[in-house]
Design a protein around this ligand. Structure first.
Ligand code: SF4
Ligand code: SF4
Length: 127
C-alpha cells in the first residue's frame, strides 16, 4: 500500500515560506523565543537608554539625539542576523518578519491540517 502524504498548504493564511505561524497569529508576542532577535536587541538597547534618561533626567529630544548618534547610522539588520533577507529594494525590513516574530523560528508546515484556512482570492478592482 502507498504511503499517504498530506497535501501542501501553500494557500493557507498561516503559511510563510514553509513555516506555520498559526501560534503567533493567535497570540502575538507570547513566545519570546520566536521573536526577531534584531528587534529584541534594539528594544533592549532602547530600554537601557530610557533607563539612563530617567536617571539623568533627559528630555525626549535628548534621548532621540543620543539614539541617532549612537545607533542611527550604524544599525543594520545584517549586523545582528545572518539569515536576514530584505523585503524589497525599497524596503529594508526583513522578509521573514511577521509582526515582531521571525517566521523562520516556527515549525515547518507538514501539509494541510485541521487549522488550515484558505486565502481568499484577491478581488478584481475592475469588476
Ligand atoms: S531572519 Fe529576519 S525576522 Fe528572523 S531574526 Fe533575522 S532579521 Fe529577524
Ligand atoms: S496547514 Fe496547518 S500547519 Fe500548515 S500552515 Fe496552515 S495551519 Fe499551519
Amino acid at each position: 500500500m502507498g504511503k499517504i502524504t498530506k497535501l501542501p498548504a501553500y494557500n493557507c493564511i498561516f503559511f510563510r515560506s514553509g513555516h506555520c505561524i498559526h501560534e503567533e497569529a493567535m497570540n502575538p508576542g507570547l513566545d519570546p523565543e520566536k521573536q526577531c532577535h534584531v528587534l529584541m536587541e534594539l528594544e533592549n538597547r532602547y530600554d537601557h537608554l530610557l533607563t539612563q534618561a530617567d536617571i539623568f533626567d533627559l528630555t525626549s529630544e535628548q534621548v532621540q539625539r543620543i539614539w541617532a548618534g549612537r545607533f542611527g547610522e550604524i544599525v543594520s539588520w545584517e549586523m545582528f542576523c545572518d539569515i536576514y533577507v530584505p523585503e524589497s529594494a525599497e524596503d529594508d525590513r526583513c522578509h521573514r518578519l511577521f509582526g515582531s516574530a521571525c517566521t523562520n523560528r516556527f515549525s515547518r508546515c507538514p501539509g494541510i491540517c485541521p487549522l488550515y484556512i484558505a486565502k481568499r482570492p484577491q478581488k478584481d478592482i475592475e469588476s
